[in-house]
Design a protein around this ligand. Structure first.
Ligand code: KIV
Length: 264
């Protein structure tokens, strides 16, 4: 099986073929997800919540992200490996360069950063120097305290327009993927159609090019709050590899996310 690259994902978009992504934080789960055919694995800073037990992602360090990226890299043979730059590790373009370098040297194929307009210079600088960037808009969890909670974004016309404009500007600056989190499905559809680059949704409806979920939600082992947009596939299948296969199958068939997982 040939390796997934950003070019593969762009081809999937052009062909209208839906792709899947999951978070992974260690070599064993990464190997299982990779061999079942998950296209993109994300070492998410969600590890601050699901592995470390914090209330949000803010305490995660670059060193912790690099450690988990090295672990996941050892389990992968096909999937594209993306790693999150954590809170305040890319506040300036120079910091972004230093810290993205650490994640790429730990084995990432690309880095993900949260934010819009203020990141344009950073996206160009990283891309020009050989570090592919996935942008992340909508509910960007590192800004949870600015939002006043984990809330759906882009519900009103002004904010929806801002997110659309920022998505176009990030693509123009060189971003090669976009994650859209917790936005109304109609906005996600509009952005997906407006961009050449693939758009991955989480809580963004069924019309994005790909879907991503946190592995702990798919396996039903997240403690506390279970997001409405996620789905426990282990409950319906009873086995981890079967759960992953069911997730891939439902995304490819357009069955996940269903109406009950969608914000309108
Ligand atoms: O950190 C993470 O797991 C993420 C996904 C929710 C997209 O950013």
């Amino acid at each position: 099986m040939s390796k997934i690259t950003t070019a593969t994902l762009r081809k999937f978009k052009q062909e209208g073929r839906k792709f899947t992504a999951l978070t992974a934080y260690d070599a064993s789960f990464a190997a299982a997800f990779d061999s079942e055919g998950v296209d993109v694995l994300l070492v998410g800073d969600s590890l601050g919540m699901v592995l470390q037990g914090h209330d949000d992602t803010l305490p995660v360090s670059v060193e912790e992200m690099a450690y988990h990226t090295r672990c996941v890299r050892r389990g992968i043979s096909r999937s594209l490996l993306m790693a999150d730059l954590p809170f305040m590790s890319y506040a300036t373009p120079e910091q972004a360069m230093t810290n993205a370098t650490k994640l790429m040297q730990a084995g990432a194929n690309m880095v993900k950063i949260e934010g819009g307009q203020w990141l344009l210079e950073t996206v160009s600088m990283l891309t020009e120097r050989g570090i592919p960037v996935c942008a992340h808009l909508g509910l960007t969890p590192q800004s949870v305290h600015v939002f006043g909670g984990f809330k759906v974004q882009g519900r009103d016309a002004d904010n929806a327009q801002r997110i659309l404009d920022e998505a176009k500007a990030l693509e123009g600056a060189g971003a090669q993927l976009l994650v859209l989190e917790c936005v109304p499905a109609s906005l996600a559809q509009q952005i997906t159609e407006a961009l050449q680059i693939p758009v991955i949704g989480i809580g963004a409806g069924k019309d994005t090019d790909g879907q991503i979920l946190v592995m702990h939600d798919v396996l039903g082992i997240s403690s506390g709050y279970i997001p409405r947009f996620s789905k426990n596939y282990l409950k319906q299948t009873g086995e981890i590899r079967e759960a992953v296969k069911a997730y891939i199958d439902e995304v490819q068939q357009g069955q996940f996310p269903a109406e009950e997982h969608t914000f309108n």
